[in-house]
Design a protein around this ligand. Structure first.
Ligand code: SAM
Length: 469
């Protein structure tokens, strides 16, 4: 057995200094296993409905997130279950679920997740917006993008656009366009030490200082993206005050048009700790404001470590920002091909004003979608499929956008059947019935496509998503 990676002693020393009497309980909590949570995709079903047929033992509801449960340790491989592949839930640390709830997005708003991969907050925000309005999920690192795209596609939300840009270029493009912006910043990850051994190895005081510089820069850029009266949520999964209260303090000094909006101190939350910064020059007003942030600790609640602070840009005249999409209309031939496919295969319609072509791909885009030209972009909406000469081939995200009962041709499999395992391995399945595009379902939940030809459903489950076992 390899030696366990220790928690850095200097980190513990710092925490002992910060927490005082609470430190022993905190140190003890670090010896426990991490807590895992399961957040139900409320675009597809309610948390209560999921609980009734959950294949895993679920514990208590997460106190600050109505759609989530704590997973009991006996839950085995929930990430590999067909329900996960069908986008019925997202696995996430319960504390991380606080951020989207505290951001408070509403249906119909324009929301930006500036540091989005792998998509935990994005999927949560999409559900809270009920798939309405616009949610731009941006990730700077191309190698982290695939995870984000897969999670967004699985979620089946009709209001998400994914971009792959620097914050600066996002700000240059949109300006003060968004009602709400979340900066879930890259950080030293102290709050993840129980579950992330890498974070323990990488940690140092120099790293904390480096993260603080990067966070300050990202937040400075994010300020340009918030409309007057709009909100900006800054969150990290670290306890270091240099990366939390100190970043906010610097931001407030530079941005007199922003103020802290005090967050609710929910079950077990701790208010922001301006005194941990050791700054002597902080005013009473700033001190009071910083106490409106929240800190989540593993010894106070069921979850890992997190920090969040909500800022509001003062109201003022907003620029009239519109970005009409300039792409060409769908040519007549493609339009007819799509309509023929839709009538034959799907039991739902898509408003024609929200269909866009990009190359030979057809997308269902968010209502009021802005022009995204010039941005490095991966997906402008739900990828419906590709035109191939005079045929239309449906894409996997279309299957995941569908709800039970929305396809004419279905191959209904039980989630724990041998056929399901074979489908997820990429195998074709014998099946009699109407030929053509067939939606494969897991206990009724849309999972992917197959094409029935002469008594066999050929497998169209994407290769990268297949489960090999
Ligand atoms: N919000 C994500 C979620 O809930 O799944 C987690 C985000 S993670 C804490 C921070 C993200 O910031 C990473 O995906 C990382 O690639 C990105 N990042 C790193 N450096 C950045 C920078 N300079 N500007 C913007 N984002 C950056």
């Amino acid at each position: 057995m390899p030696e366990p990676i220790p928690i850095p002693p200097l980190f513990l020393e710092r925490m002992s200094r910060f927490l005082g009497d609470e430190y022993p309980a905190f140190a003890e909590s670090l010896t426990h296993d991490p807590v895992h949570g399961l957040r139900v995709n409320t675009l597809k079903l309610s948390a209560g409905e999921f609980r009734k047929f959950s294949p895993f033992p679920l514990g208590d509801k997460v106190a600050w997130c109505d759609s989530a449960y704590c997973l009991l340790p006996s839950a085995s491989s929930p990430g590999l279950h067909p329900y996960h592949l069908a986008g019925l839930y997202y696995l996430q640390d319960p504390s991380a679920m606080s951020a989207a709830e505290l951001l408070g997005p509403r249906p119909g708003e324009r929301v930006l997740d500036l540091a989005a991969a792998p998509g935990g907050k994005t999927t949560h925000i999409a559900s809270l917006m009920q798939g309405q309005g616009l949610l731009v999920a941006n990730e700077i690192k191309t190698k982290r993008l695939n995870h984000l795209v897969v999670n967004v596609e699985r979620w089946g939300a009709a209001n998400v656009v994914v971009t792959n840009e620097t914050p600066e270029r996002v700000a240059d493009h949109f300006g003060a366009y968004f009602d709400r912006v979340i900066v879930d910043a890259p950080c030293s990850g102290e709050g993840m030490f129980r579950k992330d051994v890498r974070a323990r190895l990488d940690w140092s005081e120099q790293m904390v200082a480096g993260c603080a510089v990067r966070q300050t820069n990202i937040l400075r850029v994010a300020a340009h993206l918030v409309r007057p009266g709009g909100h900006l949520l800054y969150s990290t999964c670290t306890f270091a005050p240099e990366e939390d209260e100190a970043v906010i303090t610097r931001f407030l000094r530079e941005h007199p048009d922003f103020e802290v909006e005090a967050l609710p101190q929910l079950a077990g939350f701790m208010p922001g700790k301006p005194e941990w910064m050791g700054e002597k020059t902080i005013s009473k007003k700033q001190n009071d404001e910083l106490r409106g942030a929240v800190r989540l600790f593993p010894h106070r609640l069921t979850g890992e470590g997190h920090f969040a602070c909500l800022l509001q840009r003062k109201d003022g005249p907003a620029d009239e920002l519109t970005f009409p999409w300039r792409s060409a209309k769908i040519p007549t031939l493609e339009w007819q091909v799509w309509q023929a496919f839709r009538e034959e295969t799907l039991g739902l319609d898509f408003p024609s004003g929200r269909l866009r072509m990009q190359g030979n791909r057809l997308y269902f885009v968010p209502e009021d979608v802005p022009d995204l030209k010039g941005l490095r972009m991966t997906i402008p909406g739900v990828w419906l499929g590709n035109f191939k000469k005079e045929r239309f081939e449906p894409a996997h995200p279309l299957a995941l956008y569908l709800r039970p009962g929305q396809a004419h041709n279905v191959l209904a499999l039980s989630s724990d059947s041998r056929e399901m395992a074979a489908y997820l391995r990429g195998e074709s399945l014998p099946s009699v019935g109407r030929p053509g595009w067939t939606l494969v379902t897991a206990d009724g939940w849309p999972l992917g496509w197959g094409k029935r030809v002469q008594g066999v459903v050929k497998n169209h489950f994407p290769k990268g998503w297949q489960v090999y076992s």
